[in-house]
Design a protein around this ligand. Structure first.
Ligand SMILES: *[C@@H]1O[C@H](CO)[C@@H](O)[C@H](O)[C@H]1NC(C)=O
Length: 145
């Protein structure tokens, strides 16, 4: 009996600790989905700079101009209950500018593990699924606007 109630006490303390950490994480329950590390790399072969500016509805990652093979990196935690995390970026190089959704939770959650790697080409972004298979590349055209 004594050990059982000790066990119950430990469990409820553990739950309380987890609960507190979730609140500290900002939005509750956010601790439950692993963080995704996003890497967007300039793969423009003519050595052009690539301007990148990524956002979701609550976070503005900010604008940066990146050189060839340089990454623009950020991390985020996908939503837990409703799979509605959406990160989108503006890209500009030369006289072109494009928008692309780099993380649509429904589309990407299964293809992307803890890392999401995009290479930005003149014709559009390609996702390299390094954790699934280093040779697995999925390319998308720039959406027409
Ligand atoms: C990067 O650019 C090279 C040269 O254009 C191309 O062959 C390669 O497929 C690109 N990589 C990705 C992942 O898009």
């Amino acid at each position: 009996m004594v050990s059982l109630s000790k066990f119950a006490l430990s469990v409820s303390m553990l739950l309380a600790i987890i609960f507190v950490f979730q609140l500290k994480g900002g939005n509750s329950f956010s601790i439950l989905k692993p963080v995704v590390h996003m890497y967007i790399t300039n793969n423009l072969t003519n050595g052009e700079q690539l301007g990148v500016h990524c956002k979701d509805k609550d976070h503005d990652i900010g604008y940066r101009a990146i050189h060839f093979q340089e990454p623009y990196a950020f991390t985020f935690r996908p939503a837990f209950f409703i799979s509605n995390t959406l990160y989108f970026c503006g890209f500009n190089f030369g006289s072109e500018s494009h928008y692309f959704d780099v993380y649509v939770q429904d589309r990407d959650e299964k293809a992307v593990d803890k890392e999401c790697h995009w290479q930005i080409n003149k014709y559009g972004p390609c996702r390299v699924n390094v954790l699934v298979n280093p040779n697995s590349i999925e390319c998308f055209p720039w959406p027409s606007d």
